[in-house]
Write a protein that binds this ligand. Structure first.
Ligand SMILES: Nc1ncnc2c1ncn2[C@@H]1O[C@H](COP(=O)(O)OP(=O)(O)O)[C@@H](O)[C@H]1O
Ligand SMILES: [Mg+2]
Length: 318
């Protein structure tokens, strides 16, 4: 199937010289939930702003549903909905339905369909009972759902979600993601681009994920494929009492220890993240702590899907 979003060598240099995005080439398929994943400042929002016609690329091209975002911005805009975390303000005294109708009209939705679309998105986001309530009277969770409803009121085939779940409570976030997967993608065949800097948000949600660091794509694959590319290793959180400042260096020097990061240091104890390529070296690690007059108080295995590790692996940096 022909991709619905295509970028070729898309780049952005902000005035002042900051290269936020460099040579990003993507082909996103219709009906796909595509994740853009990377640390703060990686260039995720800049890519989304270019794809949604809010920002002009410095070079390269971007086409959404056959419309070049620079040549045909109006047609491109009709094909997309955008949700950001900083929820744009509503007209507080207008009702939920009036806000949606106003926005639909701004997006050139056909007049005769507006009423019907407003009802459909209010239903979809469980806001039918708030139809005539002033927007300012809605709860935070309801406003977040109204924000989603607004992005979809003109029935665009493509939805961009720029960290929409950042300010949501877990319940709202789960509800919204289930709706997106089941209704918008599953039933209506829409395409979704989902941005996050949390990998757990992408698992079980995105079909494919692009890992972005310093404005460049470092890897693209299914969450499982990307996970399988990461070298296997075990990460432990170790707390040592009374060790000297050379403790981390001595542990690092033990063969089989991949890396040691001091995560905190108090008056009497320090905590370290110890990554082991070989789990059979614990005695040597403890000896390295003891050599600085320290004593291992606790150590336990911790989850190692940290953003730092993933980005480090795929970008060869940090
Ligand atoms: N309007 C701007 N002017 C100059 N630099 C900017 C502007 N917006 C973003 N940047 C810079 O571009 C880089 C990418 O930012 P952004 O796309 O917002 O990243 P992300 O969404 O991944 O956190 C950052 O270094 C950021 O400081
Ligand atoms: Mg951003």
């Amino acid at each position: 199937m022909k991709p619905i979003i295509i970028t070729q060598q898309l780049s952005k240099i902000y005035p002042g010289g900051m290269q936020a995005v460099q040579d990003v080439s993507l082909a996103i398929r219709p009906g796909e939930i595509f994740g853009l994943f990377g640390p703060n400042g990686a260039g995720k929002s800049t890519i989304v702003r270019m794809l949604t016609t809010l920002l002009a690329p410095t070079s390269g091209t971007a086409v959404v549903q056959g419309h070049d975002v620079v040549q045909e911005p109006l047609a491109a805009r009709g094909a997309i909905g955008l949700v950001t975390a900083d929820e744009r303000s509503f007209y507080g005294r207008l009702s939920a339905a009036q806000n949606l109708a106003f926005y639909a009209a701004m997006q050139n939705a056909p007049r005769r369909h507006i009423e019907e679309r407003v009802t459909a998105v209010l239903d979809l986001f469980s806001l039918a009972h708030k139809r005539d309530a002033p927007a300012q009277s809605l709860s935070t969770g309801q406003k977040q759902r109204l924000n989603m409803a607004r992005a979809l009121v003109h029935d665009p085939p493509i939805l961009f979600l720029d960290e929409p779940t950042k300010s949501m409570d877990v319940q709202t976030s789960d509800l919204v993601k289930a709706l997106i997967k089941d209704k918008l993608v599953g039933e209506q065949g829409k395409t979704v681009v989902f941005i996050s800097h949390e990998l757990y948000e992408m698992d079980n949600f995105c079909d494919r994920v692009a890992i972005l660091a310093d404005g460049r794509i470092r890897a693209i694959g299914t969450p499982a494929e990307l996970g399988a590319m990461l070298p296997r290793r075990a990460l432990y959180r170790l707390v040592a009492a009374g060790g000297d400042v050379g403790t981390a260096a001595r542990m690092t020097a033990v063969p089989g220890v991949e890396s040691v990061v001091e995560v905190s240091r108090g008056a009497s104890a320090a905590a370290f993240d110890v990554a082991l390529a070989d789990e059979g070296v614990w005695l040597e690690v403890m000896a390295a702590v003891a050599a600085g007059n320290g004593r291992v108080e606790t150590y336990r295995r911790v989850d190692d899907e940290s953003l730092r590790r993933i980005v480090a692996h795929f970008s060869g940096k940090y």
